[in-house]
Design a protein around this ligand. Structure first.
Ligand code: UD1
Length: 431
């Protein structure tokens, strides 16, 4: 198992190019199941979750190809995928595949919409809270499916096709909204979705579905209307830039100090995080190439944040922001409102000398003057990268174990940071 060794204390200077968003790429890839024509996705990040999903989709009958590098291409550039589900050969998504990646549960919607039946194992994935799928199943039922849970599998049937319906989400859910968009696009008649997730990745999936022939209005807002169509066609779509990756590096620069241009970072997609980063003492400037983040001299100011659905502060940046606050000059309060149990990074940050007290869904962080490198363990995707951020500013050496979590969602992390002057090295082997 690979490990990452970081020697802290360097400022970050240079340019980091922001990849396509993993959280958009995954549902977009799943949308390829909705059509028998080819869906081409540009700007797909080279992360382990994408590779895993390709395997899962090929199990259902998706043929795929990946464009090779052309002369002059940046070796770290994102890549183009061509996905063609000419024939669905299996409507069952087995436990051993779904357990590896929670988002693969979302195949239930296109399989059901196109084939009238799907059997999908209940999911596994990141160990954050219980992460139920009740609202996703509610969507399928509202669109006329019969849903049963049998031996750890969701068995959904709609032999005469799905019917449009009214879907109100009692809680904002990204996966629930993706499920509703995909299923309703091929349902007969009109669907109204209220309290939909407004995350940019939802809007990106809807934009792609529209190119495929879907009739969707209002995606990216809480009320979405869909008029079902009989079939969808192939399309070409470029994955939206990764606001979480951009926010992570912006926080890293705020932590270490320095001056970094985040190429192609989309400021409007993570404004709430940029505001918090500014309040913490970094300068943020929007240029036509991306976002420039700088922090010189002044220390880190404490900032209270509370996670919320978009456009609020993203839960996927909570751990990273907490890492920043561990070196703030004073106390901050970090409230997690989206997921229970999303504080697994706290005990590992404490190993680096952070002072954090947990009280239910609130973490009280008392900034310390200095963090000290130590061996730490990555527990989930976002928690792992928070350890990297802390390590970049810690005295001495930190060894981050179990980095496969990082590889699930961050493309070329050590290369991107290394190019900006950080001492970050991947050590292959049995860690
Ligand atoms: C997606 C993102 C994840 C991000 C999260 C919230 C992907 C691949 N993952 O996850 O990185 O942290 O959005 O922005 O895009 N819930 C239910 N019942 C359900 C579904 C969800 O109660 O059926 C709850 C969850 O437990 C959670 C909340 O709703 O408390 C939001 O979850 P959701 O938005 O669905 O997260 P994901 O789509 O799984």
């Amino acid at each position: 198992m690979d490990r990452i060794r970081i020697v802290g204390g360097r400022t970050l200077e240079g340019t980091i190019s922001i990849s396509g968003a993993k959280n958009a790429a995954l549902p977009l890839m799943i949308a390829s199941l909705l059509t028998n024509e080819t869906l081409t996705l540009e700007n797909t990040p080279r992360v382990a979750d994408v590779g895993m999903l390709l395997q899962i989709l090929s199990h259902h009958g998706v043929d795929y190809s990946v464009d090779g590098r052309k002369p002059g291409d940046d070796p770290q550039a994102s890549r183009t995928l061509h996905l063609a589900a000419r024939q669905i050969v299996d409507i069952t998504a087995p436990y051993d595949l779904v357990a590896k990646m929670r988002a693969s549960f979302w195949v239930v919607a296109p399989l059901l919409a196109r084939m009238g039946e799907a059997r999908v194992s209940l999911p596994g994935g990141c160990a954050i809270g219980t992460r139920p799928v009740d609202l996703l199943l509610m969507v399928l039922e509202k669109l006329g499916a019969q849903v049963a849970i049998e031996a750890g599998y969701v068995h959904a049937r709609a032999k005469n096709g799905l019917q449009g319906g009214e879907i109100h989400f009692p809680k904002v859910t990204v996966g629930g909204t993706h499920t509703a968009l995909m299923a309703a696009s091929l349902a007969k008649g009109h669907t109204l979705i209220t309290n939909a997730a407004c995350e940019p990745e939802v809007a990106d999936v809807a934009a792609c579905l529209i190119k495929m022939g879907a009739k969707i209005k209002g995606a990216g807002q809480p009320t979405i209307e869909i008029e079902g169509v009989g079939a969808l066609r192939g399309a070409n779509h470029s994955v939206v830039p990764d606001r979480i990756e951009a926010g992570t590096y912006a926080i890293a620069v705020a932590m270490t100090g320095g001056d970094v241009l985040l190429e192609r970072a989309p400021p409007d997609l993570f404004q709430s995080a940029l505001d918090a980063i500014c309040q913490a003492g970094a300068d943020v400037a929007v240029t036509n190439q991306g976002i420039r983040v700088r922090r010189n001299g002044a220390g880190i100011a404490p900032v209270d944040i509370s996670t919320a659905p978009f456009p609020g502060f993203p839960t996927d940046l909570q751990a990273q922001f907490m890492a920043l606050m561990t070196k703030a000059k004073g106390r901050s309060r970090i409230t997690e409102t989206i997921f229970e149990n999303r504080f697994m990074h706290v005990q590992e940050l404490a190993r680096l000398g952070a002072r954090i007290k947990l009280d239910g869904d609130v973490a009280h962080v008392e900034g310390v003057a200095e963090l000290q490198g130590a061996p730490v363990m990555a527990t989930d995707l976002r928690a792992s990268v928070s350890l990297v951020i802390a390590a970049l500013a810690a005295r001495g050496e930190t060894m981050v174990n179990r980095v496969y979590h990082l590889d699930r969602g961050f493309e070329h992390l050590e290369k991107k940071l290394g190019r900006c002057g950080a001492i970050v090295e991947r050590i292959s082997g049995n860690g």
